[in-house]
Design a protein around this ligand. Structure first.
Ligand code: ADP
Ligand code: MG
Length: 830
């Protein structure tokens, strides 16, 4: 109560020294009351003065302190949206952009036409918009159209601690834009907001800001959170563990919301389903019915309750390195008297909070809600509303709930300790999502969610020893991925010398050089002067300007190799197929894994049977003639086509060796890419129809050329009999990257064909090195589509022969007349 009074005084004082312009906001009394409790309100004056005095200000405050919802309102009230310019707020996540715009409109009692949002391909911005929430990607695109961002008077970069690539680039760009605007007498302000205090990369970086911007710290009221570690760390099935732990909390601990952190949408749904089954929630009939498997569980819990409890140390949430070292020993100690067969042996709910006089009532319903970024906005909004009377709220979320959204009333956090991260393969340029351990900083953020309204508890589904092995902070995304797409985006912004760009954390220069080389070879950047008739790729300077093809490619949300395929896809009605191929290649493994070792003979014969059937299916999908030459990509196309023809059912996938999840993902990606294509070329008119007829022969020939144009640097040539150096090269292929032979995998559609030239998506290694995602190419396409990799012995317009430097300098004598092509493909040749 005292603190609230104090804050009220601050609010009153503020009124005495209001800024010259003051735009009144008519808030509802209950909203006003809730606002006054937010720590950021106490700093309003300090923040607004700093903004007035400085071009750039950094604001740090614990999640939930009110940064995202309140700071735009401060600026609005101070008149920053009334002199022609508007207030722009960027978020790395769509879910935050949408839900925060609704929340702020609601708090200010204004319509969504005034407080609006814009995410890729969707938004409600009007000409009256004053506060605009958007994803960082959207603002980056706007910078491409209007470098000085004339329509904004302030830009707030929110969630800067996440260090998303686009946020990092925006900060680099805005440091220049703000300076330029102010020099031109068009004042503009920049506010960088972070949930952690680790902001030196922004403030101490002389290339970014000559004078370090002031850092304002908002002291949030954080209640103590007791952290409980598991004794064991389940390596595989942590979702089952999360489910068990949540059940136990609900049954044994006093009221208070539960927030469960998992890594992805599928996991969230599976745990929600299990929880709803275990605690059926009936809005009309609050009675609770115990299902069979849960009463079994209850017995176990009762047994467990008698076990010795382990008390674990509290952590200091403001100091990420404050984990007591001796707690590792305690962890080991505790592990000694475990009975291993008991799956509940790590239960540490015996360490009850002090206020447990009031006994938990197991008949209380559990109100289970999912939360992840792609969830529909109206579903997302549910987590902010109070649960139905008498029910306990349980939100099962991905890391969107870590800092972007603050869910009220959470007292218990269950943390799986993992995060789904994007990984790039530097050699192949293929990106995948993998689940890995999170960082200590994120784990502490997650724990902190339990202490917003009162003292809370965080249950970590891993041991403290595992925790101490976590990296301290999540590293900036930019340092752990190739940057070809970024370099392309920046060139599209006409930033010629990417090496000189003021990145908050610069990527390594080799990554920049290889990105530039790839983009030149894809035709997205202009070639540096040629040496003779060959481009000297090694010496390609880092300042090549973008080409028209590059601009088209920059508009697609995929890696440049795939973007090139999409940019070329408008010929012969190939676009729906190219979209599908790109989607399927991005998802990577669409077939069920059958090479796993069988545990017994029965299983092994079953596996063999399935294998035989699936290889039959693959042959069917690969087809004959032209379509067979599209190889593995034709199999992908055939699989998706067949699956969608029957409506993409789990049954069809199971019977035909397809991964159901992958097929759903492909469907989603196809929709997204179709929208992107239609947005880029308004006349493309590609339909969002999951069903499609098989491609014709000439379309397949066209598809093969498009794939060659995109994957050109992944060209492989079969070593001919007369060139055999050594028996290990039998049926082997030479690739530009390796000295060793690579092979066609027996499961590939091209295994029997052994075409002379192929392109591949990537190389993988098992017993030998194999190519994955192959497509056969016709030799005479190579000088046409990949002239940058070819030597010509005659004049370019009419060479007598050529050889391609990509396939290990193997000379391909091939008489052919051709012309140099731009990015439009030549007429299809059969
Ligand atoms: P920060 O950005 O500092 O993490 P926010 O401004 O997001 O903090 O949140 C401030 C408060 O507003 C939190 O207590 C949060 O629960 C509340 N809040 C945010 N969005 C909503 C909403 N849609 N409905 C109800 N409360 C909300
Ligand atoms: Mg926020």
């Amino acid at each position: 109560v005292e603190k609230t009074k104090e804050e009220k005084t601050v609010a009153l004082k503020k009124k005495d020294c209001q800024p010259a312009v003051f735009i009144p906001v008519d808030r509802l009394p209950e909203i006003q009351e809730a606002r006054l409790k937010l720590p950021v309100l106490a700093e309003e004056q300090v923040i607004m003065e700093a903004v007035k005095e400085n071009d750039c200000v950094v604001l740090c405050g614990e999640t939930g302190s009110g940064k995202t919802t309140q700071v735009p309102q401060f600026l609005y009230e101070a008149g920053y949206a009334s002199a022609g310019g508007i207030i722009g707020v960027t978020e790395p996540r769509r879910v935050a952009a949408v839900s925060m715009s609704h929340r702020v409109a609601n708090e200010m009692n204004l319509s969504t036409g005034v407080v609006s949002y814009q995410i890729r391909y969707e938004g409600n911005v009007t000409k009256d918009t004053k506060i605009k929430f958007m994803t960082d990607g959207v603002l980056l695109k706007e910078v491409q159209k209007d470098f000085l961002l004339h329509k904004y008077s302030v830009i707030i970069i929110d969630e800067a601690h996440e260090r998303s690539v686009y946020t990092d680039i925006l900060i680099g760009l805005l440091s220049r834009i703000v300076a330029l605007r102010n020099k031109k007498g068009l004042p503009m302000k920049l506010l960088i907001m972070s949930a952690t205090l680790r902001v030196e990369d922004f403030t101490e970086n002389k290339r970014l800001f000559c004078t370090p911007p002031p850092v304002i710290k908002v002291e949030a009221r954080q209640f103590p959170v007791t952290v409980h570690f598991n004794k064991h760390t389940p390596l595989e099935d942590y979702t089952a563990e999360a489910f068990r732990k949540t059940c136990k909390i609900h049954r044994m601990l006093p009221p208070g919301g539960i927030l469960v952190f998992l890594t992805g949408q599928a996991e969230v749904h599976s745990v929600c389903r299990r929880l709803r089954k275990a605690f059926p929630y009936r809005p009309n009939n609050m009675e609770h019915t115990e299902t069979e498997d849960t009463s079994e569980e209850l017995k176990k819990i009762k047994k467990q309750k008698q076990k010795k409890s382990v008390s674990l140390p509290r952590i200091d949430l403001d100091n990420y390195s404050a984990l007591p070292v001796d707690d590792r020993d305690e962890d080991r100690q505790a592990g000694i008297d475990d009975d291993d067969d008991d799956e509940c042996s790590d239960l540490d709910l015996g360490d009850q909070p002090e206020d447990t006089e009031e006994k938990a009532d197991p008949s209380i319903p559990l109100y289970v809600l999912p939360l992840y970024s792609l969830l529909a906005p109206e579903q997302q909004a549910k987590v902010f509303r109070p649960p139905p009377p008498g029910a306990r709220l349980c939100v099962v979320a991905t890391n969107v709930a870590e800092t972007s959204l603050t869910i009220p009333g959470i007292k218990y956090v269950v943390d799986c300790g993992r995060v789904k991260k994007r990984f790039y393969d530097r050699v192949t340029g293929v990106s995948t999502f993998k689940v890995t351990w999170t960082s200590q900083a994120s784990a502490n953020q997650r724990a902190g969610r339990a202490g917003r309204t009162e003292a809370g508890h965080c249950y970590r589904l891993y041991s403290s020893a595992v925790f101490s092995d976590f990296s301290q902070f999540s590293e900036a995304e930019i340092t752990r991925r190739p940057v070809d797409d970024l370099v392309l985006q920046m060139k599209d912004l006409n930033i010629q010398k990417v090496v000189n760009f003021p990145f908050p954390t610069p990527p390594c220069s080799e990554a920049l050089v290889s990105a530039e080389q790839l983009l030149i070879s894809l035709g997205a950047l202009e070639e540096p002067p040629r040496q003779g008739r060959m481009v000297d790729m090694k010496r390609a300077s880092l300042s090549c300007p973008i080409t028209p093809l590059g601009r088209a490619m920059a508009a697609f949300p995929v890696a440049p190799r795939y973007a090139k395929m999409l940019a070329l896809g408008r010929q012969q009605g190939c676009m729906p197929y190219i979209i599908t191929i790109v989607a399927a290649m991005t998802v990577r493994e669409i077939f069920e894994e059958l090479d796993r070792p069988a545990s017994n003979e029965e299983e092994s014969s079953k596996l063999a049977g399935r294998k035989a059937r699936f290889s039959q299916m693959r042959r069917l999908w690969a087809g004959q003639g032209q379509s067979l030459l599209l190889g593995d990509l034709m199999v992908m196309l055939g699989a998706v086509g067949a699956c969608e023809f029957v409506g993409c059912t789990p049954k069809f996938c199971e019977e035909n060796g397809l991964r159901y999840k992958a097929m759903l993902e492909i469907r989603r990606l196809r929709g997204q890419l179709t929208n992107a294509v239609n947005a880029v070329c308004s006349d493309a008119g590609v339909c969002v129809d999951s069903k499609m007829p098989p491609p014709t022969e000439s379309q397949v020939a066209c598809l093969r050329q498009i794939v060659l144009a995109g994957l050109g640097d992944h060209l492989a040539r079969r070593v001919q009999a007369e060139e055999l150096l050594d028996s290990k090269w039998r049926n082997g292929y030479k690739t530009p990257l390796l000295d060793e032979p690579v092979f066609i995998h027996p499961s590939s559609a091209l295994h029997k064909e052994l075409p002379e030239f192929v392109v591949y998506q990537e190389i993988f290694e098992t017993t030998k090195m194999y190519m994955r995602g192959m497509c056969a190419v016709q030799p005479d396409w190579i000088p046409k589509l990949l002239p940058q990799y070819c030597h010509f012995s005659g004049p370019e317009q009419n060479p007598a022969s050529w050889y391609c430097t990509l396939s290990g300098n193997v000379k391909c004598q091939q008489k052919s007349t051709f012309f140099r092509v731009g990015w439009k493909l030549p007429a299809i040749e059969m």
